[in-house]
Design a protein around this ligand. Sequence first.
Ligand code: GLP
Length: 239
Amino acid sequence: SSIKWIEAKDYEDLSKKACDIFVEQLQNKPNSVIGLATGSTPIGLYKELVQQYHSGNVSFKDVVSFNLDEYVGIDPNNEASYHYFMNHHLFKHVDIQKENVHIPEGHSSDLETACRTYEQQIKEAGGIDLQVLGIGVNGHIGFNEPGTPFDSLTHIVELTQSTIEANQKYFEKPEDMPRKAITMGIQSILNAKKIILLISGETKQEAYDRLRTGIITEDLPASALHQHPDVTVIYTGVK
Ligand code: GLP
């Protein structure tokens, strides 16, 4: 494994270190294709990026983005949707162009076509230059739950109980949380040229420990990253 491990002092430091990598990427290639993640972990990164944008250090004018995943059957205006999350934390604060933003269409009436179209769009954009990832308590990346084949492309998934329990808090009524999602596959993630994985907090201790062993297994979706040549893990709050 060629994973580079960087320990951050705290969450703010983790967010800044991740932001530095993005700023460098966007300065070197203003029309970069970036892969974005949701969840609580990258919120600090997005906050830093908005600040960098306001300071004039970075522009999203020519940036193309692809998000990892979205719930199935959720209205994009629902505050728990990943569409809403991305607008709220990043897109509405920067100069990214609407037509350059891609988020899987969990609200589509033809999900199979939505999956295929998404892969096609990534390909046509030239592939993802820089992908940011969080990690689930069970080691999932995107919504690729344990057991997902490493050669998977964008597909529909059945969420596991541990994921439902971890994410229910974002829904006004917990029982409203969808049981399915649309996610880029593990192969779609590995196709990115460069990957940063952010790990923050003690709830991720077990996933972190298992990733650290270097054992590659479908039981730990994140372990697929050992097979990628350019992965940086930035972590804090784990021992
Ligand atoms: C969700 C997302 C993942 C994310 C994970 C961890 O299930 N689909 O992309 O990495 O949760 O979320 P958090 O950062 O809130 O722990």
